[in-house]
Design a protein around this ligand. Structure first.
Ligand SMILES: NC(=O)c1ccc[n+]([C@@H]2O[C@H](COP(=O)([O-])OP(=O)(O)OC[C@H]3O[C@@H](n4cnc5c(N)ncnc54)[C@H](OP(=O)(O)O)[C@@H]3O)[C@@H](O)[C@H]2O)c1
Length: 386
């Protein structure tokens, strides 16, 4: 029995993880669930899945509840972090959103556990620190992102020395083919309408700006230890091919499937074993046809180019890029910022704070905080001007 803790169980990936686990009661057991503040949904999940531990990260999130289902309930960030080190947890699924997931990522890996990582922001912000935490603690870092899961599956049995290039696919989001002028006034409701994936709000906006793909490029750099010159991205609107691995002999492997997060979630928990799962749709190549591939429009989707720049610059840049992007997305969703404004904020934050060395978690947390402050100030100035 694999004992699983889910951080961010009330979100899109968290809920899909619970659905997968429910289909495999003889293989997986839910031992702990954590969310930020969604107490009602968390209580419902506890009633259904009966974990021993339930945590709300937000202080005072529980209020004075006397109707919560049986579990060891607690609140606050330290309680969430304790889950990562609990002796009865084998796999931590980090399905939180944002760089708030960084410390749980580090603690899980240092504790020598398997980390099924959906929270790409933690790897982008933490970078080498995350890789070092895994080396130090012996933890296993297994991606949940469908593109990185595809790469992991294609790499099975090969050393990275046999690989010449990784190519991530991008759906292109709802604004594929649009011009900068068309994007000027696009409202959040349009950005939230993704053509192929149903996801949480932040990643859906990131998919519309292609920031998500830039985050994934940085994620792939750290996961697979591959340099940026050997990392490509291609737009593939059907989201059927989840990524390509090109080998030194010129051969290319890809992993395919209809879009569902349940497969990469299951694989991250069971890796390297493949678990029979009848619920997932049988693959029909005719239904999947035709498969289309296009270049990324770097001039229009500036957040993609900025993310590539941040990755290549290294040091503080990926953490600044991530934090400024989180603030910009939040402001866009509140209609405090226009769509192109997100790129402007991130660009300015990178110019001011990027490219400096980082050596420890305190540096990363400090630069994350600074980048948020700078970005909020820039948004206030833009609003005043408007
Ligand atoms: N959705 C997808 O299909 C997909 C695919 C690939 C990768 N990812 C990645 O997976 C992560 C989660 O995405 P999502 O779409 O599932 O997001 P989501 O639906 O917005 O869910 C986010 C989850 O994180 C929790 N959370 C937020 N801040 C927290 C904090 N400070 N402490 C503890 N929990 C916190 C939320 O709790 P509350 O409900 O209480 O706010 C919620 O459970 C992101 O990094 C995303 O990039 C998602």
């Amino acid at each position: 029995m694999i004992r699983v803790a889910i951080l961010g169980s009330t979100g899109s990936v968290g809920r899909s993880t619970l659905d997968v686990i429910q289909r495999h009661p003889n293989r997986f057991e839910v031992v702990a669930l954590a969310a930020n503040q969604a107490v009602e949904l968390l209580a419902e999940q506890v009633r259904k899945h009966k974990p021993g531990v339930a945590v709300l990260s937000k202080e005072n999130g529980l209020g004075r509840r006397d109707d919560l289902p049986p579990a060891r309930w607690s609140e606050g960030r330290e309680a969430l972090l304790e889950i990562t080190e609990a002796p009865n947890v084998d796999v931590v699924v980090n399905a939180m959103v944002g760089s708030a997931g960084l410390e749980p990522t580090l603690r899980t890996l240092k504790a020598g556990k398997r980390l099924a990582l959906a929270n790409k922001e933690s790897l982008v912000a933490g970078g080498r620190l995350v890789v070092e935490a895994a080396e130090e603690g012996g933890g296993e870092l297994i991606p949940v992102d469908s593109e990185h899961s595809a790469i992991l599956q294609c790499l099975e049995g090969y050393e990275m020395s046999a690989v010449s290039r990784l190519v991530l696919t991008a759906s292109g989001g709802p604004f594929r083919g649009w011009s900068r002028e068309q994007l000027q006034d696009v409202p959040p409701s349009r950005a939230l309408n993704h053509p192929t994936w149903a996801m949480g709000a932040k990643i859906t906006v990131d998919s519309a700006t292609l920031a998500n793909k830039a985050l994934e490029v940085i994620e792939a750099h750290f996961l697979y230890g591959i340099d940026y010159d050997s990392l490509g991205v291609v737009v593939h609107p059907q989201s059927i091919v989840h990524s390509f691995v090109e080998f030194v002999d010129g051969s290319v492997l890809a992993q395919l499937g209809f879009p569902t997060m349940e497969l990469p979630i299951l694989y991250a928990m069971s890796y390297p074993e493949r678990v029979p799962d009848g619920v997932l749709q049988t693959f029909d190549p005719v239904k999947a046809s035709p498969l289309v591939f296009e270049e990324v429009d770097r001039d229009t989707f500036t957040l993609f180019s900025l993310g590539e720049r941040a990755g290549r610059e290294g040091g503080t840049s990926p953490a600044v890029y991530n934090a400024a992007n989180e603030v910009a997305v939040e402001a866009y969703l509140k209609e405090d910022l226009q769509f192109p404004g997100m790129g402007e904020i991130v660009s300015e934050a990178l110019d001011r704070l990027g490219g400096k060395p980082v050596s420890n978690l305190e540096n990363v947390l400090e630069v994350d905080k600074e980048a948020r402050e700078v970005s909020r100030e820039l948004i206030r100035l833009l609003k005043r001007k408007a």
